[in-house]
Design a protein around this ligand. Structure first.
Ligand SMILES: [Zn+2]
Ligand SMILES: [Zn+2]
Length: 160
């Protein structure tokens, strides 16, 4: 608070220039607004300055705290995490494509082996028939050109 004793130039007698009408004599130029004010309004305006100083002090404290907590660690940690997530997604994607094609190869192998076994069984059965016919003809020592031709045809039928 500013007391009457601290005020200089008490001889000035202009009216208080406060926003609200005040008939008291102005005794001092205000540090807050530069108007000439009475003691009461000087003190009021001084309170505003004190409030503003407290606000500025709070702002400085907040800024200091913000700067003390501010670091690059978190940002880089975040970037590393994002990169690791991306890497895992790529690996997962490659693993899925690999599994899909491995499965296709395995299924093709099963299918081909199945067909090959059927072919082998049929082939062996036909060969067995032809062999017995051949031994029969050998045994009776009699075979026509026509029979030999049909014999050869039956044999090569498999490879067409
Ligand atoms: Zn003022
Ligand atoms: Zn006043």
């Amino acid at each position: 608070m500013i007391s009457q004793d601290t005020i200089s130039n008490p001889l000035s007698r202009t009216s208080c220039e406060n926003e609200t009408d005040c008939s008291k004599a102005a005794i001092f130029p205000c540090h807050h607004c530069s108007k000439r004010l009475c003691l009461e309004h000087i003190n009021e305006h001084n309170e505003l300055n004190i409030i503003r100083i407290e606000e500025l002090s709070d702002e400085i404290n907040n800024l200091t705290e913000f700067l003390s907590n501010f670091g690059t660690e978190k940002s880089f940690e975040n970037a590393r995490n994002q990169l690791n997530i991306w890497k895992k997604q790529c690996f997962d994607s490659i693993e899925n494509i690999y599994e899909f094609h491995l499965n296709e190869i395995n299924n093709l192998e099963i299918e081909l082996n199945f067909r090959l076994n059927i072919f082998k069984e049929n082939f062996e059965s036909t060969i067995s028939d032809l062999k017995s016919q051949l031994s029969y003809f050998k045994k009776i020592s009699e075979i026509s050109q026509q029979v030999i031709s049909s014999f050869i045809l039956s044999f090569f039928y498999f490879f067409e």
